[in-house]
Design a protein around this ligand. Structure first.
Ligand SMILES: Cc1ncc(COP(=O)(O)O)c(C=O)c1O
Length: 379
Protein backbone atom coordinates (compact mmCIF):
# COMPACT_ATOMS: atom_id res chain seq x y z
CA UNK A 1 0.00 0.00 0.00
CA UNK A 2 1.25 3.46 -0.84
CA UNK A 3 2.20 5.69 2.03
CA UNK A 4 -0.23 8.41 3.06
CA UNK A 5 1.35 11.77 2.38
CA UNK A 6 1.46 14.30 5.19
CA UNK A 7 1.45 17.99 4.54
CA UNK A 8 2.43 20.44 7.25
CA UNK A 9 -0.18 23.11 7.51
CA UNK A 10 0.91 26.59 6.54
CA UNK A 11 0.25 29.57 8.79
CA UNK A 12 0.75 32.19 6.11
CA UNK A 13 -1.59 35.14 6.52
CA UNK A 14 -4.54 35.09 4.18
CA UNK A 15 -3.84 37.29 1.20
CA UNK A 16 -5.88 40.31 0.18
CA UNK A 17 -9.26 39.57 -1.35
CA UNK A 18 -10.14 36.77 1.07
CA UNK A 19 -12.82 37.28 3.71
CA UNK A 20 -11.82 38.46 7.18
CA UNK A 21 -11.99 35.37 9.38
CA UNK A 22 -13.47 36.99 12.52
CA UNK A 23 -16.70 38.29 10.96
CA UNK A 24 -16.81 35.22 8.72
CA UNK A 25 -16.82 32.88 11.73
CA UNK A 26 -19.68 34.84 13.25
CA UNK A 27 -21.64 34.84 10.02
CA UNK A 28 -21.21 31.08 9.52
CA UNK A 29 -22.35 30.33 13.07
CA UNK A 30 -25.30 32.70 12.72
CA UNK A 31 -26.27 31.03 9.44
CA UNK A 32 -25.97 27.62 11.07
CA UNK A 33 -28.23 28.64 13.96
CA UNK A 34 -30.82 30.02 11.57
CA UNK A 35 -30.51 26.96 9.33
CA UNK A 36 -31.75 24.87 12.26
CA UNK A 37 -35.06 26.66 11.99
CA UNK A 38 -35.37 26.13 8.23
CA UNK A 39 -33.80 23.00 6.85
CA UNK A 40 -35.92 20.40 8.62
CA UNK A 41 -38.83 21.60 6.51
CA UNK A 42 -37.08 19.68 3.74
CA UNK A 43 -35.53 16.57 5.30
CA UNK A 44 -34.93 15.16 8.77
CA UNK A 45 -31.78 14.65 10.82
CA UNK A 46 -29.44 11.80 9.89
CA UNK A 47 -28.27 9.23 12.45
CA UNK A 48 -24.97 9.19 14.32
CA UNK A 49 -23.73 5.65 14.93
CA UNK A 50 -20.83 4.08 16.73
CA UNK A 51 -19.07 1.58 14.48
CA UNK A 52 -18.65 -1.83 16.03
CA UNK A 53 -15.29 -3.00 14.79
CA UNK A 54 -12.00 -4.46 15.96
CA UNK A 55 -10.28 -1.10 15.42
CA UNK A 56 -8.33 0.17 18.45
CA UNK A 57 -10.06 3.55 18.19
CA UNK A 58 -13.76 4.24 18.95
CA UNK A 59 -15.34 5.39 15.70
CA UNK A 60 -18.49 7.51 15.43
CA UNK A 61 -20.01 7.88 11.97
CA UNK A 62 -22.39 10.63 10.94
CA UNK A 63 -24.55 8.89 8.35
CA UNK A 64 -25.21 11.53 5.69
CA UNK A 65 -25.53 8.68 3.21
CA UNK A 66 -28.90 7.98 4.84
CA UNK A 67 -30.43 11.31 3.87
CA UNK A 68 -33.06 11.11 1.12
CA UNK A 69 -30.51 12.43 -1.41
CA UNK A 70 -27.71 10.24 0.02
CA UNK A 71 -25.45 13.17 0.86
CA UNK A 72 -25.44 16.23 3.13
CA UNK A 73 -25.79 18.71 0.27
CA UNK A 74 -29.47 19.47 0.85
CA UNK A 75 -28.58 21.32 4.05
CA UNK A 76 -26.69 24.22 2.50
CA UNK A 77 -28.73 24.42 -0.70
CA UNK A 78 -32.03 24.62 1.18
CA UNK A 79 -30.70 27.09 3.74
CA UNK A 80 -29.54 29.41 0.95
CA UNK A 81 -32.59 29.06 -1.28
CA UNK A 82 -35.18 29.38 1.50
CA UNK A 83 -33.90 32.83 2.43
CA UNK A 84 -33.77 34.30 -1.07
CA UNK A 85 -35.80 37.49 -1.55
CA UNK A 86 -39.18 36.88 -3.21
CA UNK A 87 -38.17 38.44 -6.55
CA UNK A 88 -35.07 36.23 -6.71
CA UNK A 89 -37.23 33.17 -6.03
CA UNK A 90 -39.50 34.14 -8.90
CA UNK A 91 -36.54 34.70 -11.28
CA UNK A 92 -35.03 31.34 -10.37
CA UNK A 93 -31.50 30.18 -9.59
CA UNK A 94 -28.51 28.64 -11.31
CA UNK A 95 -25.99 26.20 -9.89
CA UNK A 96 -23.03 24.09 -10.92
CA UNK A 97 -22.23 20.71 -9.46
CA UNK A 98 -20.63 17.35 -10.12
CA UNK A 99 -23.86 15.93 -8.76
CA UNK A 100 -24.53 16.07 -5.04
CA UNK A 101 -25.05 19.82 -4.72
CA UNK A 102 -27.25 19.58 -7.82
CA UNK A 103 -29.47 17.11 -5.98
CA UNK A 104 -29.66 19.46 -2.99
CA UNK A 105 -30.63 22.32 -5.29
CA UNK A 106 -33.18 20.17 -7.12
CA UNK A 107 -34.84 18.93 -3.92
CA UNK A 108 -34.92 22.50 -2.54
CA UNK A 109 -36.28 23.91 -5.82
CA UNK A 110 -39.13 21.40 -5.74
CA UNK A 111 -39.96 22.11 -2.11
CA UNK A 112 -39.83 25.91 -2.52
CA UNK A 113 -41.35 26.09 -6.02
CA UNK A 114 -38.26 27.79 -7.49
CA UNK A 115 -37.04 27.12 -11.04
CA UNK A 116 -33.39 26.11 -11.31
CA UNK A 117 -30.87 25.62 -14.09
CA UNK A 118 -28.13 23.23 -13.07
CA UNK A 119 -24.83 22.87 -14.92
CA UNK A 120 -23.13 19.50 -14.63
CA UNK A 121 -19.99 18.18 -16.32
CA UNK A 122 -20.53 15.55 -19.04
CA UNK A 123 -18.89 12.87 -16.98
CA UNK A 124 -20.92 13.35 -13.76
CA UNK A 125 -22.07 9.91 -12.58
CA UNK A 126 -25.34 8.79 -14.19
CA UNK A 127 -26.69 7.98 -10.72
CA UNK A 128 -26.40 11.66 -9.83
CA UNK A 129 -27.81 12.96 -13.12
CA UNK A 130 -30.87 10.74 -12.90
CA UNK A 131 -31.42 11.69 -9.28
CA UNK A 132 -31.38 15.40 -10.18
CA UNK A 133 -33.97 14.78 -12.91
CA UNK A 134 -36.21 12.80 -10.58
CA UNK A 135 -35.93 15.27 -7.69
CA UNK A 136 -36.36 18.46 -9.68
CA UNK A 137 -39.03 17.35 -12.16
CA UNK A 138 -40.20 20.18 -14.43
CA UNK A 139 -38.68 22.85 -12.21
CA UNK A 140 -35.09 21.88 -12.91
CA UNK A 141 -33.28 22.10 -16.23
CA UNK A 142 -29.98 20.22 -16.46
CA UNK A 143 -27.29 21.52 -18.81
CA UNK A 144 -24.30 19.29 -19.44
CA UNK A 145 -21.16 21.34 -20.03
CA UNK A 146 -17.50 20.36 -20.46
CA UNK A 147 -15.65 17.66 -18.62
CA UNK A 148 -14.97 18.99 -15.15
CA UNK A 149 -16.76 20.72 -12.31
CA UNK A 150 -14.77 23.86 -13.16
CA UNK A 151 -16.22 23.91 -16.72
CA UNK A 152 -19.73 23.69 -15.27
CA UNK A 153 -18.91 26.37 -12.69
CA UNK A 154 -17.76 28.83 -15.39
CA UNK A 155 -20.95 28.23 -17.38
CA UNK A 156 -23.12 28.76 -14.30
CA UNK A 157 -21.39 32.08 -13.48
CA UNK A 158 -21.88 33.30 -17.06
CA UNK A 159 -25.55 32.30 -16.94
CA UNK A 160 -26.06 34.11 -13.62
CA UNK A 161 -24.46 37.30 -14.99
CA UNK A 162 -26.58 37.19 -18.17
CA UNK A 163 -29.91 36.04 -16.75
CA UNK A 164 -29.87 37.90 -13.43
CA UNK A 165 -30.64 34.63 -11.67
CA UNK A 166 -28.85 34.10 -8.37
CA UNK A 167 -26.08 31.53 -8.22
CA UNK A 168 -26.33 28.95 -5.45
CA UNK A 169 -22.64 28.21 -5.01
CA UNK A 170 -21.74 24.76 -3.63
CA UNK A 171 -19.21 26.12 -1.09
CA UNK A 172 -18.38 29.82 -1.49
CA UNK A 173 -21.62 31.13 -0.02
CA UNK A 174 -21.93 31.68 3.71
CA UNK A 175 -25.59 30.55 3.67
CA UNK A 176 -24.57 27.25 2.09
CA UNK A 177 -21.59 26.77 4.41
CA UNK A 178 -23.71 27.55 7.49
CA UNK A 179 -26.34 25.08 6.28
CA UNK A 180 -23.76 22.30 5.94
CA UNK A 181 -22.70 23.02 9.53
CA UNK A 182 -26.02 21.66 10.79
CA UNK A 183 -24.58 18.17 10.50
CA UNK A 184 -22.02 19.09 13.19
CA UNK A 185 -24.78 20.62 15.29
CA UNK A 186 -26.66 17.32 15.05
CA UNK A 187 -23.55 15.36 16.08
CA UNK A 188 -23.33 17.42 19.26
CA UNK A 189 -26.98 17.02 20.22
CA UNK A 190 -27.04 13.33 19.26
CA UNK A 191 -24.18 12.39 21.60
CA UNK A 192 -24.68 14.23 24.88
CA UNK A 193 -21.76 13.78 27.24
CA UNK A 194 -19.41 12.35 24.61
CA UNK A 195 -16.18 14.35 24.20
CA UNK A 196 -14.53 13.60 20.91
CA UNK A 197 -10.76 13.64 20.58
CA UNK A 198 -10.49 14.00 16.83
CA UNK A 199 -12.60 14.49 13.69
CA UNK A 200 -11.54 13.44 10.19
CA UNK A 201 -13.29 15.68 7.66
CA UNK A 202 -13.12 15.40 3.89
CA UNK A 203 -12.51 18.52 1.86
CA UNK A 204 -13.74 19.45 -1.62
CA UNK A 205 -14.27 23.21 -1.79
CA UNK A 206 -14.02 23.14 2.00
CA UNK A 207 -17.49 24.34 3.02
CA UNK A 208 -18.61 21.30 4.98
CA UNK A 209 -15.27 20.85 6.73
CA UNK A 210 -15.00 24.56 7.59
CA UNK A 211 -18.46 24.83 9.13
CA UNK A 212 -18.13 21.50 10.94
CA UNK A 213 -14.65 22.31 12.26
CA UNK A 214 -15.85 25.69 13.47
CA UNK A 215 -18.79 24.26 15.39
CA UNK A 216 -16.95 21.21 16.76
CA UNK A 217 -14.11 23.42 18.04
CA UNK A 218 -16.65 25.75 19.61
CA UNK A 219 -18.28 22.90 21.53
CA UNK A 220 -15.20 20.73 22.13
CA UNK A 221 -12.27 23.20 22.39
CA UNK A 222 -9.72 20.36 22.65
CA UNK A 223 -10.86 18.40 19.61
CA UNK A 224 -8.27 17.97 16.84
CA UNK A 225 -9.50 18.49 13.30
CA UNK A 226 -7.82 16.54 10.51
CA UNK A 227 -8.72 17.70 7.00
CA UNK A 228 -8.56 14.85 4.48
CA UNK A 229 -8.08 15.06 0.72
CA UNK A 230 -7.32 12.47 -1.93
CA UNK A 231 -4.08 12.43 -3.89
CA UNK A 232 -4.27 14.23 -7.22
CA UNK A 233 -6.98 16.62 -6.05
CA UNK A 234 -5.53 18.16 -2.89
CA UNK A 235 -6.44 21.76 -3.69
CA UNK A 236 -6.80 22.72 -0.01
CA UNK A 237 -3.36 21.27 0.70
CA UNK A 238 -1.97 23.43 -2.12
CA UNK A 239 -3.79 26.48 -0.72
CA UNK A 240 -2.45 25.87 2.79
CA UNK A 241 1.05 25.68 1.41
CA UNK A 242 0.69 28.76 -0.79
CA UNK A 243 -1.13 30.80 1.89
CA UNK A 244 -4.07 31.37 -0.47
CA UNK A 245 -6.23 29.29 -2.83
CA UNK A 246 -4.35 28.38 -6.00
CA UNK A 247 -5.48 26.41 -9.06
CA UNK A 248 -4.12 22.91 -9.57
CA UNK A 249 -3.12 22.37 -13.20
CA UNK A 250 -4.81 18.96 -13.29
CA UNK A 251 -7.23 17.30 -10.92
CA UNK A 252 -7.92 13.64 -10.36
CA UNK A 253 -11.60 12.77 -10.34
CA UNK A 254 -11.72 9.37 -8.71
CA UNK A 255 -13.38 11.05 -5.71
CA UNK A 256 -15.74 12.95 -8.01
CA UNK A 257 -17.64 14.72 -5.20
CA UNK A 258 -14.49 16.41 -3.90
CA UNK A 259 -12.85 17.02 -7.28
CA UNK A 260 -12.17 20.75 -7.06
CA UNK A 261 -9.25 22.51 -8.78
CA UNK A 262 -9.15 25.51 -6.47
CA UNK A 263 -10.13 25.49 -2.80
CA UNK A 264 -12.98 27.79 -1.83
CA UNK A 265 -12.21 31.20 -0.30
CA UNK A 266 -14.48 30.62 2.69
CA UNK A 267 -13.20 27.09 3.29
CA UNK A 268 -9.59 28.18 3.03
CA UNK A 269 -9.97 31.21 5.30
CA UNK A 270 -11.51 29.12 8.07
CA UNK A 271 -9.58 25.89 7.64
CA UNK A 272 -6.26 27.73 7.53
CA UNK A 273 -6.98 28.57 11.17
CA UNK A 274 -9.00 25.56 12.28
CA UNK A 275 -7.17 22.54 10.88
CA UNK A 276 -4.75 20.86 13.24
CA UNK A 277 -3.55 18.64 10.47
CA UNK A 278 -4.00 18.08 6.75
CA UNK A 279 -3.77 14.53 5.43
CA UNK A 280 -3.64 13.32 1.84
CA UNK A 281 -4.75 9.72 1.37
CA UNK A 282 -4.38 7.53 -1.69
CA UNK A 283 -7.10 6.14 -3.92
CA UNK A 284 -6.22 2.75 -2.49
CA UNK A 285 -6.90 4.08 1.01
CA UNK A 286 -10.32 5.28 -0.18
CA UNK A 287 -11.16 1.93 -1.79
CA UNK A 288 -10.02 0.14 1.33
CA UNK A 289 -12.22 2.42 3.46
CA UNK A 290 -15.23 1.64 1.24
CA UNK A 291 -14.44 -2.08 1.47
CA UNK A 292 -14.05 -1.85 5.25
CA UNK A 293 -17.40 -0.10 5.67
CA UNK A 294 -19.08 -2.66 3.45
CA UNK A 295 -17.57 -5.56 5.40
CA UNK A 296 -18.35 -4.17 8.86
CA UNK A 297 -21.63 -2.35 8.28
CA UNK A 298 -22.95 -3.11 4.77
CA UNK A 299 -22.50 0.57 4.10
CA UNK A 300 -21.50 1.60 0.58
CA UNK A 301 -20.32 5.21 0.38
CA UNK A 302 -19.13 6.94 -2.77
CA UNK A 303 -15.38 7.66 -2.84
CA UNK A 304 -15.69 11.28 -1.62
CA UNK A 305 -18.12 10.06 1.03
CA UNK A 306 -15.52 7.67 2.46
CA UNK A 307 -12.57 10.06 2.36
CA UNK A 308 -12.69 11.17 6.01
CA UNK A 309 -13.03 7.58 7.18
CA UNK A 310 -10.06 6.63 4.96
CA UNK A 311 -7.98 9.17 6.90
CA UNK A 312 -9.28 7.76 10.18
CA UNK A 313 -8.35 4.22 9.17
CA UNK A 314 -4.86 5.45 8.38
CA UNK A 315 -4.65 6.74 11.93
CA UNK A 316 -6.41 3.89 13.72
CA UNK A 317 -3.25 2.90 15.61
CA UNK A 318 -2.08 6.38 16.54
CA UNK A 319 -5.58 7.27 17.76
CA UNK A 320 -5.74 4.12 19.91
CA UNK A 321 -8.28 4.49 22.74
CA UNK A 322 -9.54 7.81 21.41
CA UNK A 323 -13.02 8.79 20.26
CA UNK A 324 -12.93 9.72 16.59
CA UNK A 325 -15.56 11.20 14.33
CA UNK A 326 -15.95 10.72 10.59
CA UNK A 327 -18.73 11.91 8.33
CA UNK A 328 -19.96 9.55 5.63
CA UNK A 329 -20.83 12.41 3.33
CA UNK A 330 -22.36 10.62 0.36
CA UNK A 331 -23.37 7.34 -1.24
CA UNK A 332 -24.18 8.25 -4.83
CA UNK A 333 -21.97 5.68 -6.43
CA UNK A 334 -22.16 4.47 -10.01
CA UNK A 335 -22.52 0.69 -10.08
CA UNK A 336 -20.01 0.54 -12.91
CA UNK A 337 -17.25 1.74 -10.57
CA UNK A 338 -17.85 -0.96 -7.99
CA UNK A 339 -15.71 -3.64 -9.60
CA UNK A 340 -12.61 -1.45 -9.63
CA UNK A 341 -13.21 -0.28 -6.09
CA UNK A 342 -13.73 -3.84 -4.87
CA UNK A 343 -10.63 -4.99 -6.69
CA UNK A 344 -8.52 -2.25 -5.19
CA UNK A 345 -10.05 -2.69 -1.73
CA UNK A 346 -9.23 -6.38 -1.62
CA UNK A 347 -5.67 -5.70 -2.77
CA UNK A 348 -5.10 -2.98 -0.22
CA UNK A 349 -4.73 -5.07 2.94
CA UNK A 350 -6.40 -4.23 6.21
CA UNK A 351 -6.17 -0.99 8.16
CA UNK A 352 -5.10 -2.87 11.25
CA UNK A 353 -2.22 -4.42 9.41
CA UNK A 354 -1.37 -1.28 7.42
CA UNK A 355 -1.57 1.67 9.77
CA UNK A 356 0.27 4.94 9.22
CA UNK A 357 3.58 3.69 10.58
CA UNK A 358 6.98 2.85 9.15
CA UNK A 359 5.76 -0.71 8.66
CA UNK A 360 2.98 0.52 6.42
CA UNK A 361 5.27 2.32 4.01
CA UNK A 362 6.03 0.70 0.79
CA UNK A 363 4.66 -0.93 -2.21
CA UNK A 364 3.53 1.84 -4.50
CA UNK A 365 3.56 -0.61 -7.36
CA UNK A 366 0.43 -2.28 -6.01
CA UNK A 367 -1.54 0.75 -7.16
CA UNK A 368 -3.85 0.18 -10.06
CA UNK A 369 -2.63 1.71 -13.30
CA UNK A 370 -3.79 5.09 -14.52
CA UNK A 371 -5.88 3.75 -17.38
CA UNK A 372 -8.05 1.62 -15.12
CA UNK A 373 -8.59 4.52 -12.81
CA UNK A 374 -9.44 7.02 -15.47
CA UNK A 375 -12.08 4.60 -16.69
CA UNK A 376 -13.50 4.47 -13.18
CA UNK A 377 -13.24 8.19 -12.60
CA UNK A 378 -16.56 9.90 -12.94
CA UNK A 379 -15.44 13.24 -14.33
C1 LIG B 1 -19.92 13.25 -1.12
C2 LIG B 1 -19.24 14.55 -0.90
N1 LIG B 1 -18.38 14.65 0.12
C3 LIG B 1 -17.72 15.79 0.37
C4 LIG B 1 -17.88 16.90 -0.44
C5 LIG B 1 -17.07 18.13 -0.16
O1 LIG B 1 -17.81 19.23 0.25
P1 LIG B 1 -17.22 20.69 0.29
O2 LIG B 1 -17.19 21.21 -1.12
O3 LIG B 1 -18.14 21.43 1.16
O4 LIG B 1 -15.83 20.58 0.84
C6 LIG B 1 -18.78 16.83 -1.51
C7 LIG B 1 -19.00 17.99 -2.37
O5 LIG B 1 -19.79 17.96 -3.30
C8 LIG B 1 -19.46 15.62 -1.75
O6 LIG B 1 -20.31 15.49 -2.79
Amino acid sequence: MKEAIMTVRSHNPASAGLPDSGPLRQEVIQQMMMARTRIYQLFQQTPLEELESPLPVRVFLKREDLSPIHSYKWRGAYNAMAQLPEEAKVRGVVAASAGNHAQGVAASARRLGIIARVYMPGCAPMTKRRAVEALGGDLVEIRIVGDTYDDAASASKKDAAESGRLLVHPYDDVRVVGGQGTLADEIVTQSPGVRYDVAFLQIGGGGMAAASALWLKTVYPDIRIVGVECEGQASMGAALEAGEPVSLSTVDSFCDGTCVKRAGDIGFTLLNELLDEHLVVTREDVCHAIGYLWETKRLLPEPAGALGFAGLLRRAETEKGNKALAVITGANLDLSNLALIANQASGAGSAESQPDTEAAKGDASSQSDGEDWSAAAAC
